[in-house]
Write a protein that binds this ligand. Structure first.
Ligand SMILES: [Ca+2]
Ligand SMILES: [Ca+2]
Length: 186
């Protein structure tokens, strides 16, 4: 009987500790649903993303490094909607110059991926006849009005570096936000 009582107390202590450790709950939510005030400088909020538009004309690698210095990466367009939002923003500013994205086929020629997430570039935003790897030297993807008669912003491949005609501005994309809420019983 005594043994049973000791066991019971042991069990109660365990249960009690277990209950204690569950006195808080953690919830992770995408984005900023609580509308917490944040200073996103120097990033611009466009739809659900935060972007920085680098104004210096640089090669693809320097563009990537400049984004990394901000804790960001060259932009990756997971959806056509995101591409339209960024090109719409540039059009709104009257911006007609080229900008680097994270896209390239440096890993395997002809296999164009977004460098920030290794996913294939499957948005249908290529300029006509692109990517063409002209001269066998074009492995990095930028956006812009690709031809003189282009009426829309589209994608094209250009040399990543060592090409004076491929020094472009760039678009950085900040990491996705998550809000962590902790509910505590007090
Ligand atoms: Ca993106
Ligand atoms: Ca090209």
């Amino acid at each position: 009987m005594q043994k049973v009582a000791v066991k019971l107390i042991f069990l109660l202590v365990h249960l009690s500790l277990g209950w204690t450790s569950e006195k808080h709950s953690v919830v992770v939510s995408p984005g900023n649903p609580l509308k917490l005030a944040i200073d996103s400088t120097p990033f611009v909020k466009i739809n659900d993303g935060y972007y920085y538009f680098g104004a210096e004309r640089v090669n693809w690698y320097i563009g990537y490094e400049n984004c990394r210095k901000l804790g960001a990466e060259l932009v990756t367009f997971e959806t056509a909607e995101e591409f339209d939002a960024i090109s719409g923003y540039l059009k709104g500013k009257g911006e007609r110059t080229e900008h680097w994205t994270s896209g390239n086929d440096l890993g395997k020629t002809g296999k164009h991926n977004w460098f920030s997430n290794a996913q294939p570039i499957d948005i249908k935003k290529w300029a006509p006849r692109q990517p063409d790897n002209a001269g066998g030297k074009e492995h990095c993807i930028h956006l812009g009005y690709i031809y003189k008669d282009s009426t829309d912003i589209q994608l094209n491949d250009r040399p990543c570096s060592n090409d004076g005609n491929s020094l472009f501005k760039y678009v950085c994309e900040a990491p996705k936000q998550e809000t962590i809420s902790i509910l505590v019983w007090k």
